[in-house]
Every structure is written in C-alpha cells, then in structure tokens.
Design a binder for this molecule. Sequence first.
Ligand code: PLP
Length: 425
Amino acid sequence: NIFAANNKAVALADRLGNDKVINATVGSILDEDGNLVVLDVVQEEYKKLTPRQYSSYAPIQGYAEYLDDCIDQCFGESRPAGYIRACSTPGGTGVLHHAVHNYSEIGDEILITDWHWGAYDSVIKDNNRKIRTFSIINKEGHFDLDDFRIQLNDLVSKQKNTIILLNGIANNPTGYCMTVAEWQAAVDAIRAAVENTDKNVILVPDVAYLDYSGEKKECRKFFKAFGNLPKNILVIVAYTLSKGFTLYGQRMGAMIGITSDEGVAKEFVDINQYSSRATWSNCNSAPQQAMIAICRDPAKIEKLDEERKFYFEMIQQRANIFMKEADELGIKYVPYISGFFITIPMEGAQAVCDKLQEDNIFMVPLKKGIRLAVCSVSKKKMQGLCDEHDLVYRFEKDRYPIIFTIKPVQGMDAQISMLENVEEV
Ligand code: PLP
C-alpha cells in the first residue's frame, strides 16, 4: 500500500509539479521543498570514505567500534545495568526478523500492538508464527496496561517463550509515546508474569524513531527500566540508522541485547551471528564506517544532534498545524506525541484514500484508519489540510467517532467531492 501510493504520488508530482501534489505516504523526512533530507554531517562522512572502507566485507557481527557506537547512540546517558551486547543487522527489520526467528517456536504467537507497522505482520507470518495483538492505547488515551497484562499472561501460560514487539515510542503509525512510568509498568507486568516459572519473555523495544521522539536525554530515560531484570527476561532493542542517520536505503542497524546473565549474553551473540551468516551474511560496511567517523568526534556528534533537533522540531511544527486544525473541527486522531506519522481512525480507509487521490492527496490506508506522514508534508501544505469542509467524511464507529475533513491545497486543480458515508462507495 505504502509504496504503491508513493509511486503514484511521485509520478503525478513529476507531471504536475511538486506544489500540486500532497504526498503524505513517505516514511522519510522531506524538507519544506519536498526534497529528501540526508543529514549534512552524514553526507560529509560518506564522501570521505575510502574504497577499502566501503567495499570491504564487514565482520558478520559488525565492526566492534560500530557496535559500541550503536550502544552509545541508542542509550545515551540512560544505559541500563546488565550485560549489553550488539550484532549488526540490515536496519530495524533485521532485528525483528532475528528476534522472531531465534527466540520463538514455529506456531507461537507473537505479541504486538493493535496499531503497528505492517512489516510486523510479514515478519511474523513469514516465519510461520502467529499474530496476537493488545490495544496500545486505552479509552483515556494512555498505554493500555490492562489489555497488555491480559494478553501477556495468556501467552506466558501457553508458550515457553513470549516475544513482544513494542514500538512504544513515536509509534508508527500513531505517534503515541509511552511514558517512563508506562514502560516501567510494562516491565513490572512482564516480571510478574514470569516470576517463579520456567517461562521466558523477550521484549523487543522498537526504537526506530528514537531521535525524533523528544529531547535527547529525556526521551532516552525509559531505557533504564531494562536493567537488572531476571535471567528469563531478555530485552532486545531494535536500533536502526534508517531514521536517526537518514540512511534508510543503506540498510543498517543493530540488535542490542540487555540481560543480567552472562550466558544469555553469549548465546545472544552466537545465535544471532549464526543466523546472519545464514540469512544476509555480512552487513553493509559504508554506513558502519561513516557512523564510526561521526561518533569518534565530539564536534561531529554535536552537529548530528543539532541537525536532528532541527528536523524533530520541524516535524513537531507540522504535526501541531494539523492537530490545531483538527481540534478546531472536532476531527479525532489517535493521540500523537511525536514521530513521523499521525493516524486518523476510521472504517473504510481505502475508499477514503482513493477519494483523496482524486484531489492529488496521497495517504496510506490502514485497516482501521488513515496514516498521514507528517515527516514528509511541508508546513505550507499542512496548513489548511483540514480547515474547511470541501471534503467531508463522517464516521461514527466504535471507540473513535470521527469527522474527517480535508481541503485541497490552494491553486490545485482539484475536483471537489462530497462523501457522506464511505460504506456506500
Ligand atoms: N520499526 C518501525 C515501526 C518502522 O516504521 C521502521 C521503518 O519504517 C523500522 C522499524 C525499521 O526500518 P528499517 O528496517 O528500514 O530500519
């Protein structure tokens, strides 16, 4: 869905001009002129790489300095207590794959949130596992600890190993962020679930959007909750350079294991290296070397932080424009705190997205809503996106009664359509 809608939007923008198309499908940061952002400090280090640096085979586990840098960049000042080990992966997706593949049995259910990135389904199903969901947000707009506990306890009672993929900060597709207290409560629930049992829980915090989830130190505080856990709880952080270093296509990340047990830590490196050899073999050398060059120089880290802060704030400003207008109009969206996406919950999202495309507006239809990429729509285009009733979609459904209003951008040769009830389309 995402790539198909994006391809259409790009082709149309080539034909009509960028200003005539709103492409809110892309999960990459675009600047205010619609160009892909690649951080300057990253570009500079890439240009300096020697042929040997970018062409040599990297070690299967990854360059040692790279792995240390991933751990530092990920945790910052909030390094959890315990044995911490890392293995390189092609992006966050590689982490999800290895976690599911190596820490569960065929046929096991993997616990994920109801609102989740579509690739979770593919990774789980492709490995012949099943999906179990819990609701991420309760009716009060907070982390749904009750449902988390219910589903977790049920799975622990049935399976030897329970894996939880938890994209709990700057969640894709909602932008929801768990607080430190909510992470702590989730960890406490896991502790309670496995206490005095021979069962294991593998918690995989997916922090793909970490660097755009809040102030640098503040947004990392929750990592401390993963320290000093019993041996039968393994935390595997899914870390990626895709967003934080704007290196999406370079396919680079790391799985970072945190455990109180030295044996579990050793096994983590052994089995995941083995699976890497059997799956993709070595990872890309170039982004590892570029990251090493940046992270070994405090001045470059400072530049990196400044650039990230700039784009974090730009995305927040775009989201604020949307939310202000939506609030004024009573348009409901899933509680957004930070990250690349906002979700407008509704039934019949595909039909609505098809209709929006007639007005050169491209968004991603999900099962229970529409995903709007605030990372890729400029402030100018965001302004007025929902401030008038040129297009009105009404939905009175379940937990999220919604009126969705979108106005085509000024100057666009857009056809104005009215749609009262999407079920009739
Ligand atoms: N997790 C989530 C929720 C994502 O949205 C993404 C990227 O879109 C990733 C992980 C990691 O992607 P990649 O494999 O490109 O690093």
